[in-house]
Design a protein around this ligand. Structure first.
Ligand code: BGC
Length: 327
């Protein structure tokens, strides 16, 4: 009798446990079906291509605009873009990201070719059948398919011409450049020097490197202003240089008697322009660079011919331009 009751109990427990499991798995299956159905009705097609876009500083406003320009094409072309970059300027890390993109066999790579050390990796990608477009900074000697971005040499010339005009052709100038190593900064300095050298009343007394940081730009500008008291104009080639130079001028009480020209019309620099702490900015087109780089990559995917170089616009922006825009 006892044994019979035990058997009944075991059977009853087993019955309820199995019913419990059945209900659980049934509801799980329903939920999974619903998820599949939702994904299906989302109408999100599988991307036709995966591209990697690798810039200098992931969270920098400038690169975020480049990234946004590229990502805004995803839907139109049914593609996926991985926007990547080191948190702070770090060419070694940037090269690692490039290498990883090659290893993960993306369909195309858009990369800022900071300096010559990027050449072997760009060539490796192309040799493995991955087309590469350089952006913002070119590596013309590599196997890249095309370049899209500022004509950095001409941008330097533009800054030089503006400085000559605004200082009436007479000035003692200090330069703070992002990096002596980086191709675009070298070109921006070269273009500037070539224009300035034609003017006998303008001399460049110092060129310092900011390592693409505002703090070092400020420190270098301060040292220059202290060492050369007659220095009355500053030229900076990266976004951070303009901000750093303006800080240095302010802390030495020189904001009013210094002419400062820098790069990029990003919010922080525009504020300095409004407050007369910076006199002019060279405007680049980061959004257009990112956006058009994808049009070009799609042309490459479709075996269409692309030109060797596509230059985006640059222009000089002063406070007067801002009031025109705001009216
Ligand atoms: C340059 C970029 C750079 C950014 C921030 C821009 O002027 O074109 O290459 O990453 O400044 O330094």
């Amino acid at each position: 009798m006892k044994l019979q009751r035990l058997v009944y109990s075991v059977l009853t427990i087993t019955f309820f446990v199995s019913v419990g499991f059945s209900i659980y798995f049934f509801s799980q299956a329903r939920a999974s079906d619903a998820r599949i159905l939702k994904a299906d009705t989302n109408n999100s097609p599988i991307p036709r291509y995966h591209f990697a876009l690798i810039g200098e500083e992931l969270e920098h406003d400038y690169w975020e605009l480049v990234g946004q320009g590229a990502k805004d094409t995803e839907e139109e072309y049914e593609i996926a873009i991985e926007y990547e970059g080191p948190r702070r300027s770090n060419p070694e890390e940037q090269r690692k990201l490039l290498d990883m993109a090659i290893k993960s066999k993306v369909d195309g790579i858009i990369v800022q070719a900071v300096n010559n050390s990027f050449l072997p990796l760009i060539n490796k990608a192309v040799d493995q059948g991955i087309p590469v477009i350089t952006i913002d900074t070119d590596a013309a000697k590599s196997k890249r398919f095309t370049y899209i971005g500022t004509d950095n040499y001409e941008a330097g010339r533009l800054a030089g011409e503006e400085l000559i005009e605004q200082t009436n052709g007479s000035a003692t100038v200090g330069i703070v450049t992002g990096s002596f190593d980086n191709a675009h900064h070298q070109l921006r300095v070269q273009g500037f020097q070539d224009v300035i050298e034609q003017k006998s009343d303008i001399s460049i007394v110092a060129i310092e490197e900011s390592s693409i940081t505002q703090v070092i730009a400020e420190e270098k500008a301060q040292n220059m202003l202290t060492k050369y008291p007659d220095l009355n104009a500053l030229y900076g080639t990266s976004t951070h240089d303009a901000t750093g130079m303006a800080e240095a001028a302010e802390s030495l009480g020189r904001s009013n008697d210094l002419y400062i020209i820098g790069f990029d019309t990003l919010e922080e620099n525009l504020q300095l322009l409004k407050q007369n702490k910076v006199d002019a900015l060279i405007e680049q087109e980061p959004y257009a660079m990112g956006n058009r780089s994808i049009d070009l990559m799609m042309d490459i995917m479709e075996n269409k011919e692309v030109k060797d170089v596509y230059h985006t616009d640059t222009s000089v922006v002063t406070k007067a331009d801002l009031s025109v825009i705001n009216e």
